[in-house]
Design a protein around this ligand. Sequence first.
Ligand code: GDP
Length: 407
Amino acid sequence: MDNESGVTRDRHYGYAEWNGKQFTVIDTGGYVEGSEDIFEGEIRKQVKEALGEANVILFMVDCHTGLHGLDQDFANVVRELKKPVLIVANKADNTEKMYMANEFYQLGISDQIFPVASVNGSGTGDLLDEVVNHFEDEPEDEEENTVPRIAIVGRPNVGKSSFLNALLGKDRSIVTNIAGTTRDALDTRYNLFEKDFILTDTAGIRKKAKVKEDIEFYSVLRAIQALQNSDVCIVVLDAQNGLEAQDLNIINLAHKYRKGCVIMVNKWDLWQKDTNSAAEYQKHIAEKLGPLSYIPVVFTSVMNKQRIFKTIELALQVAENIKLKIPTSQLNLKIGKEIENYPPPSVRGKHIKIKYITQLSTKAPTFAFFCNHPKDIREAYERFLLNKVREHFGFEGVPVKLVFKQK
Ligand code: GDP
């Protein structure tokens, strides 16, 4: 089972947008029923938990093989959850197969079957329309001054628990009697530097070689959940491993969800240092981050209690930065001057003029540039403007978005 599902194991989740609604799709991978292994039981629990978090469950079945015993087993699990279920009948690549999809009504979990063929994407539009129907509209900007929420995420063993314990000043790890189990993400409210904030801890998912991919999956799942509920996330790395693919995935997701971010390079005490090494290390990270290199990096040793409070201070600063509102007059004065010095290049003989700039009232900072030919602003010029906005107004650690509108 594990080997088989291994093919999809490298990609367990993704960010999606349909009809203007953003959501995360989580693939629970192989669902194993009836295994004796105690750890499998634990994993099963996790799959259920993943389903528990979902707004909509897509129940994938295979038109090619038809109704399968495991489908029934899984249907029993899903039925208990009392959530909206859409049956996705895959491999419905001809009318006969589409007709066969009807047998899945027998599962008794949904009266909505969507035949799709993932090879060519047919049927997916209807499916997505229905999926987003189940999402509530985003509440308009809620109360501004709520307590900032900081999520601590990162791969197993990078030092997340140690970090929290150091902040808390006592050992708070929860140990269950099964090696390699997880515990829930914990929210702790703090008051430090005369500021209130909430830390969400995603630690506690332990390595167990046998199901390494699963552990990876659940830690990512946890991280996504924590991320969505936070304002800023601290992505913790082990200095010796550097920024890995999984970290980059999380950072990209944070960017897409428009959350603040701080990278914490921990176990710095174990790094061979010469005078330049922090700067060099930072440069290396910036190269990997590319356009996301607005994210600040802090080098810590939780073991030596080095810069752990600085990290929190930085995250709180980022939380403040997200809320920054730049007065229109300041924007037009400062960025206007930059545009004057370096105007957008003409396109097909058309002169492009940016008339004015204003910050929109979105939660994360978005700046609207009103111009005569918004579609002709090139990516390189957008990057230039973005850099100038950051240069003049800060926004360290914050995803800033520019939009170009007709005027
Ligand atoms: P988590 O899985 O991310 O929560 O990681 P843990 O907090 O459990 O830490 C994993 C291991 O790394 C433990 O043995 C820690 O003692 C060790 N560790 C954590 N921070 C540091 C550090 O700054 N320096 C060194 N040398 N070891 C650390």
